[in-house]
Design a binder for this molecule. Sequence first.
Ligand SMILES: [Mn+2]
Length: 470
Amino acid sequence: MSTTELNAARESHNRPLDKDLRGYLETNADIVTPITKPVKINYIGALTAQSETPILFENIIEKPGYRLCDILVKHRHLQARGLGVPENEYLPTLAKQLRMPPRGLVDVKTGPVKEVILTGKDADWSKLPAPIHSGRETQPYVTAMNIIRDPETGFYNSCHAGTIVAGPHVGHISFVTSHSNIIMRKYRDMGAKKMPIAFCFGVPPGYEIMSNYSGLHMDLWGEMEMVGTIMDQDIEMVPCETIDLTVPAVAEIVVEGMVDLESMFDAGTAVAPTMYYLPKSQRLPQVKITAITMRGDRPIYRNHQTCPDTDHQTLPRLCHEAILYNRLTEIGLKVHDVRFPTWGSAVSCIIQVDAPREGFVNDALMQTMGAPWINTKLVIAVSPDTDINNPGEIYKAIATRADPDRDIIIVGNTRGSPYDPSARPLSPDEPWRVVGKMGIDATIKSRHDVTDFEEAFPKHWGEVSLEDYI
Ligand SMILES: [Mn+2]
């Protein structure tokens, strides 16, 4: 078997996809690093961020009985495992699935997440192995997939809004996504004072990829109704104990709560996707925890360590990449890849394209720069021969294939990221900011002589190894 065939076999060997996270970790044991030695919870962040593939802590000193996993989707080959397809089919597959109709949800009476049920005083979420993520933070930070229901449509909207564990039964949730705010407003307009929310820990990567969707969808489906579409299987949901919501039956842990819609509370800083402490302070809604349900046998807490570059940079942008893949394909160019690299601080995007003739790349750059989100401040177009995984290659393509006079588009005064220090704070609308955007065409162009890009190597390069002569 060739390496390509071998990789393809490895990456697609988990189709049909595992229904639950523990099954997924077993199926993909070849890339999971189990840590069986005792680990202090305060070391979890620093240890996690040294792993490039899934890591599973099985022995957390302060939290016996729990396991904790992270780094499920940081790299393309991991995302491909999550969808059960070879790496080169990952992006076209997700892009197509996002254009398909929602599969919906299947209600069942009970499931593994109901093996342990804690309510009242026992529903103490400070007992979960939620770590403190950074040097400046003082409280544990929960990054689970959360579910809220649109009160008008009944659709289940999901995101991974980070939530500060402020006490045994209290949290402060950073609802930065516009859909969460629209839904909260709908509840308020109906006269509601509280909104039910469920935090779901430990679901397979397919759930997480989909739950981070953020395009036009609210009038047709919620992210949860699409999980079955991208996982190609029925998604079973069980009713919550204390709130009127259903949750994935196969989750490892579910925390039920009610969001207070009437007041906002001062919360400290958190780590932005840019990995800075921005915004410096926030006023956030409060959540009151009403129940915790979980598996009986060593439930797996899913953490998304927020810094340095981890799943925290990648996960929210995977559906963005797929949506851009569709939009760029619509223009008529061949899209090889779309990537928000972890080293691009979640405000830059690389598109790897083949353009049929002059003019296409500028349209592709503008389409990407004009994306609905605020993370395409810097967009770089490269050709298929530039290794998109290698920052040095991207830099070289800019240096040798872009003429600043002809190949750079700059647009001023556009929506900036609240997490981008270079953007101008917009008073009195903080934390919003304003910033320009830049597109760089670093592809090989028709005006170039392709043979100019033939790279020089020594004779017998790749055939002889220095190791053999030491
Ligand atoms: Mn949404």
